[in-house]
Design a protein around this ligand. Structure first.
Ligand code: HEM
Ligand code: HEM
Length: 178
């Protein structure tokens, strides 16, 4: 792996904000469609959720690869060690969930037995057995993981805002301006 760069590169920042907006939007859309009766008129919303969700999985792979090529800078010093450790742990968990959430959605959609159609054109191969038991288990998994992701994002945003608005130590600014 290369040595850490002194600043967040443009690609790192674009990926960070694009994925943040994408994940929060997909979360809201998922929670919205989950309350609807599936019908011909709203089927496209389910397709949109899957399409954006799978695109986010692809972006997560690009992000991880890019970080291997160009590791981001270490955290700016200042907060007590336990807060630094919590931030590191949260970043790792966020990475894990950037993969686990869309994969669990794909697995759940496979277990329903319906084609997992994305971009209105491509059918993804199934990655879970088709059965009511798997369908119920995987929906629960997808739900649990998405809510865990949301809770961690809330913690992450609280930390970022504390450093950006209260400590004003440049942490938020360098993720925005580099
Ligand atoms: C970052 C990506 C994703 C996020 C944040 C996300 C979020 C969510 C949320 C919050 C729900 C509602 C859960 C509930 O019932 O409370 C949901 C449902 C669902 N998601 Fe995802 N999801 C993502 C990716 C995917 C992917 C990639 C697929 C499939 C290829 C998928 C398929 C589904 C399906 C089929 C439902 C259930 C809708 C229904 O009730 O019929 N999701 N998702
Ligand atoms: C779904 C939403 C989000 C996810 C998954 C996420 C994920 C991450 C991850 C993994 C990092 C570590 C650097 C990297 O690998 O790119 C990071 C850094 C950062 N994030 Fe987020 N983020 C999200 C939303 C936000 C929001 C809304 C804010 C601002 C309010 C924010 C502020 C920051 C800042 C300031 C850093 C740099 C921390 C440092 O300098 O060490 N993030 N984010």
């Amino acid at each position: 792996m290369a040595a850490p760069a002194p600043t967040f590169s443009l690609l790192t920042r674009v990926l960070h904000w694009l994925m943040a907006a994408g994940i929060l939007g997909t979360f809201a859309l998922g929670a919205y469609v989950a309350r609807m009766e599936v019908g011909l008129s709203n089927l496209w919303l389910f397709g949109l959720h899957k399409t954006i969700g799978i695109s986010l999985l692809a972006l997560a792979m690009i992000r991880l690869l890019w970080h291997r090529l160009r590791p981001p800078p270490g955290p700016l010093p200042g907060p007590p060690e336990w807060q630094m450790a919590l931030a590191r742990l949260t970043h790792k968990a966020l990475y894990l969930l950037m993969f686990a959430v869309p994969l669990s959605g794909w697995a759940y959609a496979s277990a329903t037995g319906l084609d997992v159609l994305i971009f209105n054109r491509f059918v993804l191969p199934p990655i879970a057995p088709v059965s009511e038991l798997w369908e119920a288990r995987l929906l629960l998994l997808h739900r649990t993981l998405t809510w865990t992701l949301l809770a961690l994002v809330a913690l992450h945003v609280a930390g970022a805002l504390k450093r950006g608005l209260i400590s004003r130590d440049g942490t938020l600014a360098r993720m925005i301006r580099g």
